[in-house]
Design a protein around this ligand. Sequence first.
Ligand code: ADP
Length: 181
Amino acid sequence: MRYEINGRILELIEGDITAQTADAIVNAANSGLRGGAGVDGAIHRAGGPEIMRECRQLGGCQTGSACITTAGRLRAGYVIHAVGPVWRGGDQGEAELLAGAYRRSLELAAEKGLESIAFPSISTGAYRYPLAEAAAVALAAVMEHLSGETSLGRVSFVLFNGEIHEVYRGVLEQQIRNGGN
Ligand code: ADP
C-alpha cells in the first residue's frame, strides 16, 4: 500500500529489512547496541562486523531515541539503531518512548539529507508491544514528520509477514479516514 503526504510517499511492504535499498534502514536495537535476535541479528549478520565496531564506539543509545552508523556490507548507506521500549502493560510511557524512537530516526535521516528510509515494526517482536497499538504510534509519527519540512521523500515499513502487513494496512487506512491522526 502507498499513501502520499505532501508529495512524499509512505509505503507498506512485506519483506526483509536487510534487503532494502533505502538510504537508511532502521534497526530494532537494544539500549546497549549489543546486537540480538530478530531484526538486530539479521542486520548485523548481513552487514558484517563494521556495524558492531561502530556500535561499540557509541557505547549505547537511550530507549526512546536512535543512533546512526554506517551500514557495512548492506546496500543501504546507513543503519539507524532505534531503541523502542519493552512493553510493560502500557502505563510505563511505552507509547511516548516508541514515538520517540521513530521521531529521532526520522530526524537523524533528515539531518543527513537522506531521501529514503525503511523501518521494521519496532518493539513488536521480543519487546512484545501489541501490534495494532505499535502500528498506530509508528504511522502517526511518520505522517507527522512527512507533513513538515524534511529531505525524506519516501518512508517504507518493511513488515516481516502478511499478518503484520495486514495489521499496519488496517491501521493506516483508519488513520487516513480519521484525517491523519
Ligand atoms: P524488538 O526487540 O524491538 O521487539 P524484534 O526484532 O524482536 O524487535 O521484532 C520486531 C519486528 O521485526 C517483529 O515484527 C519481527 O517479526 C520483525 N522482523 C524480524 N526479522 C526481520 C527482518 N529481517 N526484516 C523485517 N522485519 C523483521
